[in-house]
Each structure stands twice: as structure tokens, then as C-alpha cells.
Write a protein that binds this ligand. Structure first.
Ligand SMILES: NC(=O)c1ccc[n+]([C@@H]2O[C@H](COP(=O)([O-])OP(=O)(O)OC[C@H]3O[C@@H](n4cnc5c(N)ncnc54)[C@H](O)[C@@H]3O)[C@@H](O)[C@H]2O)c1
Length: 333
């Protein structure tokens, strides 16, 4: 049984608290938050104890921590928890700064402790199924990957200001999805981006609309499209073209009812947002972490995967500003 400390008691921490406490291999031993009332509220809901982050990290009876705090705290907490001998699952992204994330990778390597990054979409059964089919060669040699990832509505500008920007905060999931599905990292990253959904996002120095093209050493190409607003709901689709066919993972809809009349054919909208769309993936992600840590097996998503996706976000940010393709090797080092 893995004794787990949950660091952070905000929006995504609530999802993880459910996964930790319902998994038969883990126990939610304590929760902390910068704001003690947040920790208290979540601890009461899950019948556990609210403690400080320092107390959780110092407690030798806690085997693992799940870091669900604000992004700017991730690298520090990963380093402190691994130095204290704990296994870690940390939310994406590893950090706002690529240099800081790389330093964290070096520090963790010397601790020898396992660190997994929360790219939960790898555990979505649809995307995992698409990858399995591609890896079995069911569409021949893969050639073009297309990822559509549109949010239903933009977050508050106050969040945009601390998010690290659309590439580090939002497209980071799609960069990791491209690495996962293509089983390799690209050579170049080219981005076009604008703020046409909400001028306040542009005034805050960020983009709300972005398209990135990735090229690979073997000639394959991937395209990622992000928007902070799709009026019909959370649009999350993947399409992969190969020499022998096409694989598509479509949206999950609010219902399976389809109405056909003389006016046309209509179906339900996509599920509203990530909590509706990806809920099963968070439980599967946690189950994979518990299994790997308890059996001493390799983690399915690593800190290196987190740094690789962050390097692509950095390259996309540079490309969107310069209007030129950026060689990933020059950024990733
Ligand atoms: N994988 C996903 O689908 C997904 C979805 C949402 C958020 N996230 C990531 O999860 C993280 C949290 O996002 P959120 O939406 O839950 O934010 P949030 O603001 O709702 O919650 C963050 C919480 O962390 C607390 N906190 C900050 N510093 C702390 C510290 N040093 N120790 C303890 N608590 C601290 C804050 O008080 C807050 O309650 C972000 O990095 C975000 O990118 C991932």
C-alpha cells in the first residue's frame, strides 16, 4: 500500500484525490495547500489529514507525493520530495522555465527516485487505442499526424498572466501527445499564433489561437491546432494518416442520440471540458504510477518526457515571435 501526500488542494487536486483514494494500492495520507483552508476542505471531503507541505515531505511514512500545486512551484517540490526519498507524480508542465526544468532533471537523477509527469491524455483509451493500432502497423507507415485541441472558452486573464503562455500551459499536452504517437521528437518546430478570440489575452502578452507544424528526421509531419474558444464544446481529436489507411480518434459526445429529420441530421455536442472528457484518464494515469512504483518497474511517462515537451513549447514560443522555424536541437540542448 502506497502512502501518498497530495500537495496542492485546488481544481486538479480534487480529481487526483479521488484517484488516490479509490485505487486499492494507495492511501491518501495527507493533503497540503499554501492556503490552509483549501487543504482542510479537501482533507475533510476525503477523510484524511491537512498538513503543511514541509510536514508531508519530512514524514518518512509517506512513500509518494502527487504535486498538484501552481506550475511555478513544481521543480522545487520535485527536488525536495525526491531528496526526501519519495516517488513523485507531478502535474504538467515541469516548470515555466526550460533551464530550471533541466536543472531539476539533473537533481532528480542523483536522487535515483522515480518521477512521472502528469500527461494524462496518454491514458485516454481512445488515444492509447489509436497508438496501439499505429504501432501494430495497421495503417502501414505513418506519414501525417493531426491534433485538434480546442478549449470551450478562455480562462480568466489573471490565469493567462501566470500560465506561461498557450504553448507551455495548453499545447504542452499536444506536444507530449505528438511525441507519444510518433514515438520520437521532431527536428523543427514552426508556429503561427495570434490573439483573435479575446484582445485582453493579447494585451497580456499571450496568444489564444495557434497552429504548430512539426517536422521529423524521417520526413513525417505533425500539425497541432489550438484555440482557447470552440463555442460547441471541448474539441479533442487526433488523426493519423499512413501508407495503408487512416486512424481517427473522435470527440466524446454528451449523448449518443442522433436526430435525423427533413431539416438534417444532428447529434449532441462534445463533452464540455477536460473534467468531463478526460476523467477516466486521471484514474488510469494514477493506477499506472502505483503499479510501476510498487513493482519497481519503469514509469510510463518520465521527467525527460516533461522536459522534451517543454523544449517544444519553448521552440514554439520563439517561432511564433520570429515567424521562422526553430531547430529543436538548438533549444533542447
Ligand atoms: N493534467 C491536466 O489535465 C491539468 C488540468 C488542470 C491543471 N493542471 C496543472 O495542475 C496544476 C494546478 O492547476 P489547478 O488548475 O489545480 O490550479 P489551482 O490554482 O486550482 O490549484 C493550485 C493550488 O496549489 C496551491 N499552492 C500553490 N503553491 C503551493 C505550495 N508551495 N504548496 C502547497 N500548495 C500550493 C494553491 O494555493 C492552489 O490551491 C498546474 O500546474 C496546471 O498546469 C493539469
Amino acid at each position: 500500500m502506497l502512502n501518498v501526500g497530495l500537495l496542492g488542494a485546488g481544481r486538479i487536486a480534487g480529481v487526483h484525490a479521488t484517484a488516490i483514494s479509490t485505487n486499492p494500492g494507495s492511501r491518501l495520507a495527507a493533503v497540503s495547500d499554501f492556503i490552509p483552508e483549501n487543504a482542510q476542505r479537501l482533507a475533510e471531503k476525503y477523510q484524511t489529514t491537512a498538513r503543511t507541505t514541509d510536514e508531508i515531505i519530512a514524514d518518512p511514512s509517506i512513500d509518494a507525493v502527487l504535486i498538484a500545486t501552481s506550475t511555478d512551484t513544481h521543480s522545487d517540490l520535485i527536488e525536495r520530495a525526491t531528496a526526501a526519498g519519495k516517488a513523485v507524480l507531478c502535474e504538467k508542465p515541469v516548470d515555466l522555465s526550460l533551464a530550471r526544468a533541466k536543472a531539476c532533471q539533473v537533481a532528480v537523477a542523483s536522487s535515483g527516485k522515480p518521477v512521472m509527469i502528469g500527461f494524462n491524455r496518454r491514458f485516454d483509451p481512445n488515444f492509447a487505442g489509436l497508438k496501439a493500432a499505429a504501432d501494430r502497423g495497421e495503417i502501414g507507415k505513418t506519414e501525417i499526424l493531426s491534433i485538434t485541441s480546442f478549449d470551450p472558452a478562455p480562462p480568466p486573464v489573471a490565469y493567462i498572466k501566470i500560465s506561461g503562455g498557450i504553448f507551455r500551459d495548453m499545447m504542452i499536452h499536444d506536444f507530449d501527445m505528438a511525441n507519444f504517437l510518433m514515438s520520437s521528437v521532431p527536428v523543427t518546430v514552426s508556429a503561427a499564433a495570434s490573439s483573435i478570440v479575446d484582445p485582453a489575452i493579447g494585451a497580456a502578452g499571450d496568444f489564444d489561437t495557434a497552429v504548430v507544424t512539426l517536422t521529423y528526421a524521417d520526413g513525417r509531419i505533425a500539425v497541432i491546432k489550438n484555440s482557447r474558444r470552440a463555442v460547441y464544446g471541448y474539441d479533442q481529436r487526433v488523426e493519423m494518416l499512413g501508407s495503408e489507411g487512416l486512424l481517427q480518434a473522435q470527440n466524446m459526445l454528451e449523448s449518443t442520440v442522433v436526430k435525423s429529420t427533413t431539416a438534417g441530421v444532428t447529434s449532441a455536442k462534445p463533452t464540455y471540458f477536460f473534467l468531463e472528457r478526460y476523467m477516466p484518464s486521471y484514474a488510469a494515469e494514477w493506477a499506472a504510477f502505483v503499479q510501476a512504483v510498487t513493482l519497481g518497474k519503469p514509469l510510463p511517462v518520465t521527467l525527460a518526457d516533461g522536459v522534451a515537451a517543454l523544449a517544444m513549447a519553448e521552440a514554439a514560443t520563439l517561432s511564433a515571435k520570429s515567424g521562422k522555424p526553430v531547430a529543436l536541437a538548438g533549444v533542447a540542448g
